[in-house]
Design a protein around this ligand. Structure first.
Ligand code: CP
Ligand code: NVA
Length: 303
């Protein structure tokens, strides 16, 4: 059974193949595409808020001919403490696959252990692989060959940063992350990516990461579940706003990514988000095409 818990489940060649499949879904969208998920029910379980992930998965399943069932943690028994293992076994008897957005990564692993059907990671505190598929698809479409570009991550060493590190490891990318002290990404992810040959550096100054970059990515300073730390984080991340001054240090053809939602004036300025180097709307749309590719892969059906 194929679970998609992290990018490494795909391997380097599988990751590239999934980007190719995503491009195909983009091209095929206007034609009356095949319906490989016909007669399949897919549960989309969310224990955290979502706009893009929910929308892209729900539309993806529907356009591929399947039936999406959105289950919100708060209005299901999960929200009242029913164990993941029990929910997983019930879901697995009725649906063909599950996508799961949750807090602790261990909750995702429990879902995978007990569901008996493919489970896809729709974001945990540790990683956000489905977003990285969209990010890489966007970079490849706009800037070309992924391997010849220099990547910068500016901000929190969070789930998105960890998935960027994993992508860098799989594809051998050059990635510089600027994170304030105390907000570093996962040491395990860094070590794994370096073992795989990625050229990765963690620096303290955003300018050092932005210098000569072809791709700049950022994300919120406080992720979902960290609301109580918001004030302390705002202080710790002073100077980490991706603004025009910072972007000017990058390569003139740099593109700026943000997985969204964005906080203008905090991690990114309004001028950059809405400016000519920003590709955030293409990036958001790519969630749909990559979601289709990921679902087809996990279910073992042809794209
Ligand atoms: N980027 C992303 O995952 O957005 P949502 O939280 O809206 O799903
Ligand atoms: N790091 C953010 C990503 C949101 C898509 C969070 O976890 O809230």
């Amino acid at each position: 059974m194929r679970h998609f818990s992290e990018l490494s489940d795909l391997g380097p060649a599988g990751l590239v193949a999934m980007l190719d499949a995503s491009d195909k879904h983009l091209r095929d969208r206007s034609s009356n595409c095949a319906r490989p998920l016909a007669r399949k029910n897919i549960a989309l379980v969310f224990e955290k808020a979502s706009t893009r992930t929910r929308l892209s998965l729900e539309v993806a399943v529907a356009e591929l001919g399947g039936h999406p069932i959105v289950i919100a943690g708060a209005t299901s028994q999960l929200g009242r403490g029913e164990p993941i293992a029990d929910t997983a076994r019930v879901l697995g008897r009725m649906v063909n696959a599950i996508t799961f957005r949750t807090s602790g990564h261990d909750r995702l692993l429990q879902m995978m252990q007990f569901a008996g059907v493919p489970v896809l990671n729709a974001l945990t505190d540790d990683s956000h692989p489905m977003q990285l598929l969209a990010d890489l698809m966007t970079v490849r479409r706009v800037s070309g060959d992924l391997s010849r570009l220099r990547y910068a991550w500016i901000g929190d060493g969070n789930n998105m940063a960890n998935s960027w590190i994993e992508a860098a490891g799989l594809l051998g990318l050059e990635l510089r992350l600027a994170c304030p002290e105390g907000y570093d990404p996962s040491p395990r992810e860094l070590a794994r990516a370096r073992e795989r040959g990625a050229r990765i550096e963690v620096v303290r100054r955003p300018e050092a990461a932005a210098e000569g970059a072809d791709v700049i990515s950022t994300d919120v300073f406080s992720s979902m579940g960290q609301e109580a730390e918001a004030e302390a984080r705002r202080r710790a991340f002073l100077g980490f706003c991706v603004d025009e001054e910072l972007v000017a240090r990058a390569n003139p053809t740099v593109i700026v990514l943000h997985c969204l939602p964005a906080h203008r004036g905090e991690e990114i300025s309004a001028a950059v988000l809405e400016g000519p180097r920003s590709v955030v709307w293409e990036q958001a749309e790519a969630r749909l095409h990559t979601a289709k590719a990921a679902l087809c892969w996990a279910l073992g059906v042809d794209d």
